[in-house]
Design a protein around this ligand. Structure first.
Ligand code: KIV
Length: 286
């Protein structure tokens, strides 16, 4: 089948080709309006399962259901036209077996129109990554701190701070690359280790709390806008919207309480009644 229309959106192969090239710019997006604002400036929009904590107030990402990811992903796809949209597979939707992972990943691709999925895990998920990649599902992997494993790892602390731990993370990175992942997120890994992994593997690394040497960087949008109550050390806040929103809401509440809002310019004044249409009135006898 030949297709002569241009695919304007970034694709997983486009991202893979950026290994060692211009840094990949990535942010999370959970809804159409933020996706629309940031889409022109990023290469990749991640519908991260962090939305469970950021948007829905869960303490961890573990409770996030697949349906919620699909709903938010549809909104992000509708709100964007340029960036590759990658959707997180939530906890419980892919670990059981490669066929279960395929069934759920296929739902995500079909029902949202996104271009790839992300799943957490290194060497132990390699078989699943290969199964998906061989069947038309582009997979971005996620190693280092893997928040879905919080109940077994016990904390959101950085990983690989001791050299004795490095080999296991390096093996994870190699395994996911060999299995066919098109990119890998390195979360909260010691800087030297993240840089070393970036040099060792043939696919792009996208860092979050990792290293400036990674092939790209990702942040949670709400963290970098100063909208999240608690942000990890690796976040640079580019705005303080949380404070700005509080100031605006306080001002609104004050205006409502003193009846300063709405003022004349915020209301609709009455117009004069239109002159009666005398011809029409005669014809209808009214
Ligand atoms: O869920 C998420 O937002 C993520 C990023 C932190 C990479 O996985």
């Amino acid at each position: 089948m030949s297709q002569d229309f241009d695919v304007r959106r970034m694709t997983a192969p486009d991202i893979a080709k950026r290994k060692g090239g211009a840094p990949i710019v990535a942010l999370t997006a959970y809804h159409a309006h933020t996706a629309r604002i940031i889409d022109p400036y990023v290469d990749l929009l991640l519908v991260g399962d962090s939305l469970g904590m950021v948007m829905h107030g869960y303490e961890t990402t573990v409770p996030v259901p697949l349906e919620l990811m699909i709903m938010h992903a549809r909104a992000v796809v509708r709100g964007s036209s340029k960036a590759l949209v990658v959707v997180d597979m939530p906890f419980g939707s892919y670990e059981e077996s490669p066929p279960v992972a395929f069934r759920n990943a296929a739902r995500v691709l079909k029902e949202t129109g996104c271009g790839a999925i992300k799943l957490e895990g290194g060497a132990h998920m390699a078989e699943t990554i290969r199964y998906l990649a061989d069947r038309g599902v582009p997979v971005m992997s996620h190693i280092g701190l893997t928040p879905q494993a919080i109940n077994t790892i016990g904390s959101f602390k950085a990983r690989g701070l001791f050299r004795s731990e490095w080999a296991a993370f390096e093996e994870d990175a190699r395994a996911v690359a060999e299995a066919g992942a098109f990119a890998v997120v390195l979360e909260a890994l010691a800087e030297l280790l993240a840089a070393r992994i970036t040099r060792q593997i043939p696919i792009p690394t996208i860092g979050i709390g990792a290293s400036a040497e990674c092939d790209g960087q990702i942040l949670v949008l709400e963290d970098m806008l100063g909208l999240s109550p608690r942000v990890p050390k690796f976040v640079k806040e580019y705005a303080q919207l949380g404070g700005a929103i509080e100031t605006a809401v306080k001002a609104f509440a004050g205006d409502v309480r003193t009846r300063a809002f709405p003022a004349g310019e915020h209301t609709y004044p009455m117009s004069d009644d239109p002159a009666p249409d005398t011809k029409k009135a005669k014809m209808t006898g009214s």
